[in-house]
Design a protein around this ligand. Sequence first.
Ligand SMILES: [Zn+2]
Length: 384
Amino acid sequence: MTMLTPNAQRLLRALVMNGPAYRADLARTLDVSRATVTNLTSRLQADGWIEEPDHEPGLLKNLIGTSPRLGVLGSIMFLVDTCTVTLSGLDGRLLGEFTLLGSSGTSAADRMAAGADLVDRLMAEHDLPASSLRALHLAVDTQMDARSGDIYAQRASSRWFGVNPMEYFATRLGVPVYVQNSARLEGLAEYLWGTGRGHSNMLYVEVSYGVTSGHIAGGIIQSGARGGAGELGHTVYDWNGPLCTCGNAGCLMQYVSIPAVLRDYETATGVRVDWADFCALVTAEDGTATSLAKRAATVLGRILVNTCHVLDPEVVVISGQIALSLPSFVDDVATTIREHALPLVGRNVEVLRSQLADLHTATARAGIDSLRAIDEVVTAVTTI
Ligand SMILES: [Zn+2]
């Protein structure tokens, strides 16, 4: 085994960052001759750092990928009652994934331990020694400091209060851990494989029990200095409005969320309904339900006028139960933005509904892609 030459290292970097490639593509990417790439790949293959994933004997064109021997990447994502783990090669090829279903009442410590056990189990199932895991992407459904892993104490974060998930996984698995909010990561999945495909600047908005958002530009989640960007649900619509779980009054999620809409329906009619009932009432053109649905879309549209003025996204993708189950919701939001945003923004921004059906799996996989876009990770895994 030999030390890697600079060109060999560049080749491995290209595979990690861009995924498996043909020799001809690698020659173009590295700006070297095909003969040089053939020599490089022969040596790297002999040393066990790369492989031909779908090798067909006699075929000249075979894809080249990194071998698990060079290392693997992990992604773990927590939502209210699920934990999804994905393992991949350094070139992004999927090795295994699994989703644990739990109850929302499980303690944070138990949830984390179950997640780490699942990583161990998937590694063992694929005959991977613990040392082959090189980096972990961790997504949690709360506000976590992306630098320190601290969870900030407030009611909205109570499920995670008192633990530091970033420290826990770094210690337990012995690898660098990179963190992101689950909702922001969902946005990246939609950007990579859903409605966002083909766009370079996307604002993702998820509207269900709360409202969250993620701004993705050039393939990177713009999550701010410490990961605190994207809390659209706690932008204030009316400082004299209903009290919010965050301590302020009149936050967007007090107007545009399933609990808020159901609360207002009960206030208006005296009848308590669940979300399925409410959707049925909208379909049946019940006056109160229809006007509450319309108001929710208008309020979200107004807030998004402000957001679009600040960010000027190419496309706004709206996801979540409210957007997906109320037929005219996304169109009503779009109409408000078009009517009230300044022309440069309002005439050009597209407002679309999300597409991804299996959001869990796609989101955990987006964690892997996030790792492959981090220069520090790419350098570490290709330095042998
Ligand atoms: Zn709030």
